[in-house]
Write a protein that binds this ligand. Structure first.
Ligand code: APR
Length: 320
């Protein structure tokens, strides 16, 4: 069986980490694309040279032309610019929307059968626009945010309870922003739901509240520490988990920004929900039962995403 082909659109901090992880996991041959062609070529060569040490078989190449992604099985999109001081949210939205237009056209032409994972921020709006620009079926285009947000939640819970990270199942739903919804009732430590973990005195409520808050602001905490960029190791690991579930038909249930057609009362928007990812893409959207306070938090988060999508529609009326 021929190796799978993985196209990384954007070869910056996350793109480089994606390439290294995809190589080490032998997910397939890797094409790194970037408008800064030298960056794509240089990183591809550097990682290819690591294959001799790590012992993985994968062809790596760097490119600045979309032809090179032809026939890709998976495309992971990180192309775009980060928000800089003085730049408004709408400025960033406008710039990255243009990038999604170019990327969407490239994928449409050369990799129309790919499973596409978008990471570019503002995530929920960019994945929505990328699906429209590419014209790919909505169940083949997803956004990576929930796996990352949930992994942050899980780490903080593991540290606070002293339980192996493997035995923590944490969920966050909603948009990728400060009003995401950490699902306390649905998250478990050693199989025990968090509210019971608190009731039994294993974790106190104040500590749990602080963990929820830290999870919501997890991206900002890293931005402040780094001083010159945003997180890239955990975002890359998260997108690789999604790509791997597709490539190996693992049918993992992962939180992802998925196109909703009425689930959770939302239509024609991408919002973070649990999805089953298999060889045909998003094979099922899983609907958690939400209580009143969870519904309210989810609605608030959806309203923020809607604000971003409406701003996209104003900038690019063709998308409306
Ligand atoms: N086409 C292709 N690549 C582009 C384009 C474009 N039109 N515009 C910018 N790029 C490339 C840049 O040259 C850069 O190499 O996208 C890359 C982005 O990399 P970084 O700036 O290092 O950003 P990174 O940390 O990888 O994050 C990428 O993911 O989490 C989000 O907010 C983050 O939107 C950002 C994205």
């Amino acid at each position: 069986m021929a190796r799978k082909k993985i196209a990384l659109i954007g070869s910056g901090q996350i793109g480089g980490t994606l390439a290294l992880l995809a190589g080490i996991k032998e997910l397939g041959d890797i094409v790194m694309f970037d408008i800064a062609e030298g960056t794509a070529k240089g990183k591809a060569l550097d990682i290819a040279q690591a294959s001799a040490v790590e012992g993985f078989d994968a062809k790596l190449s760097g490119t600045g032309t979309y032809e090179a992604i032809e026939g890709a099985d998976v495309c992971i999109v990180t192309a775009g610019v980060p928000r800089k001081p003085g730049m408004s949210r709408d400025d960033l939205l406008g710039i990255n929307l243009k990038v999604m237009e170019q990327v969407g056209a490239g994928i449409k032409k050369y990799a129309p059968n790919a499973f596409v994972v978008c990471i570019t921020n503002p995530l929920d709006a960019m994945v929505w626009a990328l699906q429209k620009f590419s014209g790919l079926p909505a169940d083949k285009v997803v956004g990576m945010a929930g796996v990352l947000d949930s992994s942050r939640f899980a780490l903080f819970l593991a540290e606070a309870t002293g339980v192996s990270i493997e035995d923590i199942h944490a969920w966050t739903l909603g948009g990728h922003g400060d009003d995401m919804v950490p699902m306390v009732r649905h998250s478990t430590v050693g199989g025990v739901p968090l509210n019971q973990v608190v009731k039994s005195g294993w974790l106190n409520q104040d500590k749990l509240d602080a963990i929820v808050e830290r999870t919501r602001k997890g991206g900002g905490e890293i931005v402040a520490l780094l001083g010159n960029g945003s997180a890239f190791y955990a975002p890359a690991a998260s997108a690789i988990a999604m790509a791997e579930s597709y490539l190996k038909d693992k049918k993992r249930v992962l939180p992802a920004a998925a196109y909703l057609t009425g689930q959770y009362g939302v239509k024609d928007m991408y919002v973070g929900v649990p999805v089953l990812i298999g060889s045909t893409g998003v094979e099922k959207i899983i609907e958690f039962d939400l209580d009143k306070s969870e519904q309210d938090m989810f609605a608030k988060s959806v309203a923020s995403v809607k604000g971003l999508v409406d701003a996209c529609k104003t900038i690019a009326p063709d998308l409306a």
